[in-house]
Structures are given as structure tokens and as C-alpha cells.
Design a binder for this molecule. Structure first.
Ligand code: SF4
Ligand code: SF4
Length: 405
């Protein structure tokens, strides 16, 4: 981890954050022990309380704009564990987004080039799909080296929308009607998970529609602090806001959280596993081999969307022997784009959490979660040398889908 000793102090102008929000922290410190960067460093400035104090002192003009503040802002993973721990309901995530955006807008910080490029592409789904077509082909052919990119079998050409239309015509489900957010990276690179989601929903008698004008949820722009979130929110309000559906569902906790903010006051957005949990999904046959599933809970599911976890009836319906992974409620270090912005910190956070995989019983051992970015992070544990035995990484929806098992 980069140390604060490497940061020179300089003066500058005062920041202008939302002072009412900043003043809502009562300094109790309950958030410190859940914060991954505080746990790594023991540095108060690298804690939620410390960051809020730096931002408030800048906003009040007591502290000049300073690379120390930029540094500690960039160290935050954005896991939102501090929000869940906070008795004063400090909206840390909202404040963090404001500060991050302001730092990028005023050139106090600059996202890496690859992230700026990806954010620009994410806002243009057709182009993103085209650019990542070779990657889908290579993933299908199992020719991509598996670092972040977990193995998969995405359709190279057929879109999830076309697949859903085809399956709807064949199966003609009559149950609740949902609009599905297919996402930008999910659709461009990890489309097999979208296909599995469509299959599982339709098998459970759910009617699936894919709004054609939907855009990126805006999470990428939020994570990087870049412009464009508001325009994407308006696009998605138009695409989803007036639909006659029982639910809008997402199969990625981060995308679901971001779309929920866009559609706030219009329509609620549901995580697909929570939705299936209420329906009671079709039960898969019991796996009688030695396979064992360890379930990890994405931060944006439990802290962002405030869900208690992944419904146990959904996990039971997979037919696998499962248990929660040790430290399942702790951050894995992926943080949207944190593993690219701060790879050393991200690896350190993952190290403690992934160590159990070296000894975990099971053959195969399967790490299951419900966010593609967390899946990438977990898959990388082997390539960066944190785990020295084979294991599989799966989305929980794939465990419910016979074609993906
Ligand atoms: S979002 Fe996570 S990393 Fe950032 S301050 Fe809160 S607990 Fe710490
Ligand atoms: S738990 Fe909430 S009120 Fe207490 S120090 Fe942390 S952010 Fe402030």
C-alpha cells in the first residue's frame, strides 16, 4: 500500500462539498472496524471518519486543498460498509460520489486511461459490444489467459434481447412480467450470465422483456468520478420508467444499485436473486459429488441495496452443498474499478479473504457470488498467487441453470 509519507503537502483553494451532509458525522468511530483501508493501515485518515473530517475541514476552509486529501479519497474502496455500521445514518456513499466527481472535474485526480476509455465505451453499448466482440470469441474458445477474466461461454453474436425473445416464444411463460437490465460489461463480455438469467426466469414462469433503449447504469462513471451519470440516468428513466411490469431486475448488485438510484421515484429495481427468492425457484436435483459452494456477498448487495444476503431458499434450490464463505460480509477489494485504480491495496484486501480457498473442502470448490466485478476479483486470486489450487467462480444464477452447471 502507498504510504502517506510519499505525499507532499501543498496549499490551494477550499472545496465546496455539501456541508450539511458532511456535518452529519458524530465521530463515534463505529465505522472504523468495518473499513478495509483502516483495517489495512490503522491510519485514522484512511477511515470513513477520517475522510469525512478531511472533506469537512476543506469545505469549511480550515484546511487548504491538499494532495493528502486527494490521496485518502482515492484510497477508499467505495464498499459502503461504513454506511451499514453508522448509527447516525451518514450517507457516506453519496458524499464520496460528490467528492470524487469534484476531484476529477477540477483535475485534483485523474482516472487511469483504460478506465476513461472504458467509461466512454460503456456509455455507447453498441460500440462497447463491437469492441469486445473479439474478447467474447476468445473467451468462447478458451484462449484468453484467465486473470480477471473467468472462463465462460458467451454468445459471440446473438444478443440477450434476441435470445430472450426466442425463448419467450418457445416457452410462453404466463407469470409475472419483468424488465431486465442487461448491463454494459455484462452484455459485452459476460453475456453467458445474462443468458442464464433469462433461462432461469423463464423456467420459473417469469415473462422477460429487455427494453431496447436501456443504457449503462452509470456505475462505471460513478466509480471513476467522471461526468455522464445524469445523462445515463435520464436515458434509463425513459427506457424503464413507464413500463407496465411487475419488477425491474438486475443480475449485478452494482448495476442494480446504480439503476435503483436512476429510477428512484419511478420504479423499484430488484436483485434477480431476491426476486426469485420470493417466487420460490424451481429446485435442482441434489449434487451427490464432492462439489461445495462458498457464497460471498457483494458489498453493493448488502450495504448498497441493503439486502440481508442472498436468499437461502435460492441457494438451497441450486442443489449444491453450500455455506457462506468466511468473512462473506467483508469487501473483496474489487470496488467497481478499485482493483484497477489501486491494484496493490485491492490484492491485500483480497489476500485475507481468499486464503480459506487453499484449504477449503470440496471437489470442485466453487466460489459463488452475484456481481461480475466481484467474480473477476475472485478469479484473479489464483493468477496473483493468493490461491494455489484450482477452484471455479460462478454467479449464483448459473448454479440454478442446468446449462451453466
Ligand atoms: S466505503 Fe468502505 S473503504 Fe470507503 S470509507 Fe467506507 S468502509 Fe472504508
Ligand atoms: S459511524 Fe457514522 S457517525 Fe460514527 S464516525 Fe463513522 S461515519 Fe461518523
Amino acid at each position: 500500500m502507498t504510504t502517506s509519507k510519499e505525499i507532499p503537502r501543498t496549499g490551494g483553494e477550499c472545496a465546496t462539498h455539501d456541508q450539511d451532509l458532511l456535518a452529519s458525522c458524530v465521530h463515534c468511530g463505529f465505522c472504523l472496524e468495518v473499513c478495509p483501508t483502516y483495517k489495512l493501515t490503522g491510519d485514522e485518515n484512511n477511515s470513513p471518519r477520517g475522510r469525512l473530517r478531511l472533506w469537512r475541514e476543506e469545505a469549511e476552509g480550515k484546511l487548504a486543498q491538499d494532495p493528502w486529501t486527494d490521496f485518502y479519497t482515492s484510497e477508499c474502496v467505495g464498499c459502503l460498509a461504513c454506511e451499514s455500521a453508522c448509527p447516525a445514518n451518514v450517507p457516506y456513499g453519496k458524499i464520496f460520489e460528490q467528492v470524487k466527481h469534484e476531484h476529477v472535474a477540477t483535475n485534483r485526480s485523474k482516472p487511469k486511461f483504460v478506465l476513461r476509455l472504458a467509461a466512454a465505451l460503456a456509455a455507447r453499448p453498441a460500440l462497447f459490444n463491437l469492441v469486445l466482440w473479439p474478447a467474447r470469441v476468445l473467451r468462447r474458445a478458451r484462449l484468453l489467459p484467465h486473470g480477471f477474466l473467468f472462463p465462460g461461454n458467451p454468445a459471440a453474436v446473438q444478443s440477450t434481447a434476441a435470445y430472450a425473445r426466442q425463448l419467450m416464444q418457445q416457452r410462453r411463460p404466463t407469470g409475472p412480467r419483468v424488465a431486465f437490465l442487461t448491463g454494459c460489461l455484462m452484455e459485452s463480455l459476460f453475456r453467458e450470465i445474462n443468458f442464464a438469467t433469462v433461462r432461469v426466469l423463464i423456467e420459473n414462469n417469469v415473462q422477460v422483456i429487455i427494453p431496447p433503449d436501456q443504457g449503462c447504469c452509470g456505475a462505471f462513471q460513478e466509480h471513476t468520478g467522471m461526468d455522464g451519470v445524469a445523462a445515463l440516468q435520464v436515458q434509463n428513466q425513459r427506457a424503464f420508467g413507464s413500463l407496465d411490469v411487475d419488477a425491474i431486475v438486475s443480475n449485478s448488485s452494482g448495476c442494480g444499485l446504480a439503476l435503483g438510484k436512476a429510477l428512484h421515484g419511478h420504479k423499484p429495481v430488484r436483485d434477480v436473486l431476491s426476486f426469485l427468492g420470493e417466487l420460490g425457484p424451481v429446485q435442482r436435483s441434489r449434487r451427490t459429488d464432492g462439489a461445495r459452494v462458498y457464497v460471498d456477498l457483494p458489498c453493493h448487495l448488502i450495504h448498497g441495496q441493503k439486502m440481508a444476503g442472498i436468499p437461502s431458499n435460492v441457494l438451497d434450490a441450486t442443489g449444491y452443498t453450500w455455506e457462506l464463505a468466511p468473512q462473506a460480509r467483508d469487501c473483496c477489494g474489487s470496488g467497481g474499478v478499485y482493483n484497477i485504480q489501486k491494484p496493490e491495496n485491492s490484492r491485500e484486501i483480497l489476500a485475507g479473504k481468499s486464503a480459506f480457498l487453499n484449504e477449503a473442502p470440496g471437489d470442485p470448490v466453487i466460489l459463488a457470488t452475484s456481481n461480475h466485478v466481484c467474480m473477476m476479483q475472485w478469479n484473479s486470486a489464483r493468477s496473483v498467487g493468493l490461491v494455489n489450487r484450482p477452484y471455479l467462480v460462478r454467479h449464483v444464477i448459473q448454479l440454478l441453470d442446468p446449462e451453466s452447471r
